[in-house]
Write a protein of this length. Sequence first.
Length: 298
Amino acid sequence: MIEVWGSGYNSVYSYSGSQFIEINANMFAALYQNFYVSPGSDITIAFAHRGRAGTDSIQVKIGPVGGPYIVLGDFGSPNTHWEYYTINYTTPISNYLSLRFDPTYTDSGSISVGNFIDAISVNLTSPLITVNNILNNVCFGDSLGLLDISTYSNYNPCQYSINNGVSWQNNGVFDSLIAGNYIINIIDAIGCESDTNLTIIEPILLQGNDTINECDSYTWDGQAYTVSGAYTNTYTNVAGCDSIHTLDLTINYSDTTTDIQQACNSYTWIDGINYTASNNSATFLYQTINGCDSLVTL
């Protein structure tokens, strides 16, 4: 028999929530809970304990329903504050167990008066995750990444999902992945969950850029260009990855002009020659400010 106290009753406030219990209401007995668990499971038992009239003590036990029980520990706590305890335990072959809190001493003088308990929890270990393999993308923009994980759980089978997806699968292999961060979610047969964060990486995009100023035409990768513009070519390296090369091309054009002059007796032209007879074949070549040839005919 247990007695439930409201937080603040007789100036005793609960460890958590609005209520706590006294192991015995008016008789000597144990507080217990029976539950099923897979043999060999790792469990964590936690609870808060407090004395009533002074220092009270309990013994925590576990074992098959009806016994025999194993003592997990002896715990004594004052009446001035709550003490919080944690016990880790691996379950034996039996899968139907009883967890017991037995009073062993109270400062009240009666074993049936005292030993407050609150915040009892029994937690099963979440599935343990092993990363078997990560295959990263070889080329920028690929979707060939792979994540391969497995789990250890006392409650098989486990199911797997990626990035909190709505669909689940029975194995931990995820392929055809682009570069990015992924959350792998695992849930075992009794609903315990785990997750792990994994990353698929890729190399940077291979790219290059050339800026060219040329006269009249420019030949790039066997192609002659006569008009200014931005041009791209895609190459494949030894790893089979594409690289993009950009040509920023400016075409300037050569100039051909005729310089018509009339003079009496003689004329000295831009080539420094003094002409004393008519001429329509003399030429002079010079470069303009854009670096291209300009041919002038007299």
